[in-house]
Design a protein around this ligand. Structure first.
Ligand SMILES: *Cc1c(COP(=O)(O)O)cnc(C)c1O
Length: 365
């Protein structure tokens, strides 16, 4: 067997499966389908397959590149693009996905044309902006008119639902009131087109508390869930929900120590700016034992987003390709060549799984 390569992100697929089952079954109990969102780990195909096998009815991403190739790997569930399509990618959207989220007539026109050319029916969900101010119709009369237009004039598009996105730009919470507002819009859309729509999509991970506490309106029947399945941290870290029933260590970032030396804690010489043009602050606590890890901002996006499993390690800083640790207080006698394990925040997972320098290792136990 070849030696492991570092830096590495280790993915525990069994823990991911358990997380998927947990979220899918809690949602199913409330009549809610789960679209598993894979963008947080750069769309690792095995993650998508595991989510699909454990009950996600749709696999979704903001990037076509992450959905491309999943069919060939045996994924049979519907694929959904959850960022508003670029007009320039309309043909690929139609050929690679089944469903897309939309908010612009010009884009819908391009999708309809592309679907016509490839003799397909592409499904669309209209996005309503309920105040978070990222994507979606702000003018709700225009949303209704757009729905009617798709229904009557765009023959190769099928309008299957309405949805919203919250808590991304404007940090607007997914409350029962916001969900009721969405349901009212769904009913208005149904009245406008004269038939029922299949999906009312109530958002993402941040809507889950309403599922857990039973206050999600019954008409909401689709959630797009990424973070709660792959990390299961946000609801706990930001909102104080107890997520201990989930695995919070599906992903582990591993780096190799390339230098261990005793060095001062305070830089020696006249101080200017660091590699990222910042002026860091140092505390003089004397000579410390330090380890240099072959892992840097290029891989984790910033050392604030990673934390060592060994609680006695202090992360001091990082530059593009190095992370500097204080290991003075560690019980373990770290040596050059040893591997240090880190847990990650969502942002660091996004960077590390997208970095060409980081090796992905899948484990199944
Ligand atoms: C990223 C994203 C999601 C998933 O969000 P999580 O917080 O990871 O559950 C859902 N919908 C849209 C439109 C997104 O961009």
């Amino acid at each position: 067997m070849l030696a492991d390569q570092y830096p590495q992100v280790e993915v525990n697929l069994e823990k991911l499966r358990e997380n998927t089952r947990e979220i899918v079954s809690r949602c199913a109990a409330k009549g809610v389908e789960v679209a598993g969102v894979i963008k947080g780990c750069n769309g690792i195909p095995e993650v998508a397959l595991a989510m699909a096998q454990e009950g996600c009815s749709i696999i979704a991403s903001s990037r076509l590149e992450q959905l491309e190739g999943l069919r060939e790997k045996g994924l049979k569930k519907q694929l959904m693009l959850i960022r508003i399509p670029m007009i320039s990618e309309a043909q690929r959207v139609v050929s690679l996905t089944d469903i897309s989220l939309n908010s612009e007539e010009k884009v819908l026109e391009a999708l309809n044309l592309a679907a016509q050319e490839s003799k397909k029916i592409h499904k669309v969900i209209l996005m309503a902006d309920l105040g978070d101010l990222r994507e979606g119709f702000w003018d709700k009369d225009r949303l209704m008119a757009c729905g009617k237009w798709i229904e009557e004039d765009l023959e190769n598009l099928q309008l299957i639902g309405i949805a919203t996105n919250l808590c991304c730009y404007g940090s607007v919470l997914a409350t029962k009131e916001k969900m009721e507002e969405l349901v009212a819009l769904a009913e208005r859309l149904e009245a406008t087109i004269g038939r029922k729509i299949q999906y009312v999509g109530g958002g993402a991970t941040t809507t889950l508390p309403l599922v857990f506490n039973g206050t999600l309106p019954p008409r909401i029947n689709l959630l797009r869930i990424g973070e709660a399945i792959i990390m299961a941290r946000d609801l706990e870290d930001s909102y104080g929900h107890n997520m201990s029933f989930m695995n919070q260590d599906v992903f582990t970032l591993k780096g190799e120590i390339i230098e261990v030396k005793h060095k001062p804690s305070y830089p020696v010489g006249e101080l200017g700016r660091d590699a990222f043009a910042e002026a860091p602050v140092f505390e003089d606590i004397g000579i410390r034992r330090k380890a240099l890890v072959a892992l840097g901002r290029v891989d984790h996006g910033g050392h604030e987003g990673i934390y060592p499993l060994d609680k006695n390690i202090r992360v001091l800083g990082s530059s593009s390709d190095h992370t500097i640790l204080d290991i003075t207080d560690c019980e373990k006698d770290y040596q050059v060549g040893d591997i240090v394990d880190f847990n990650l925040f969502y942002g660091s997972l996004v960077y590390s799984t997208a970095s060409r320098n980081v090796h992905i290792k899948l484990t199944r136990a």
